[in-house]
Ligand binder design. Structure first.
Ligand code: FES
Length: 100
């Protein structure tokens, strides 16, 4: 469904999405990486359990909330992929965590 517009991404990073390893272009967002890897759902809403997928890709809709490197509620469209990043989808409401 999604593909890169141009093939000018020379740097590649390895990320783990839902415990599967993928090679994605460096510099793209986590949301873009997940879409590029073919996922059709990234979370379920806490109240109605409705499936969600990144929508606006610019930090407005919050439909891209994911657990990134064990930190929940990250706006994946605002986070750049990094080598060995661990990306997990959220199911329902996320626990609040302290970053300290
Ligand atoms: S896709 Fe809308 S806030 Fe990330």
């Amino acid at each position: 469904m999604f593909r890169l517009i141009e093939e000018r991404h020379s740097d590649i990073v390895s990320v783990r999405i839902e415990n599967r390893e993928f090679q994605v272009p460096a510099g793209i967002s986590v949301a873009a990486a997940v879409l590029l890897c073919g996922y059709k759902k990234v979370r379920n809403t806490p109240v109605t359990d409705s499936p969600r997928l990144p929508y606006c890709m610019m930090g407005i809709c919050f439909d891209c909330l994911m657990n990134i490197d064990e930190v929940p509620n990250q706006q994946a469209c605002q986070v750049e992929v990094r080598e060995n990043m661990r990306i997990e989808f959220q199911r329902g409401a996320a626990e609040l965590v302290s970053l300290e």
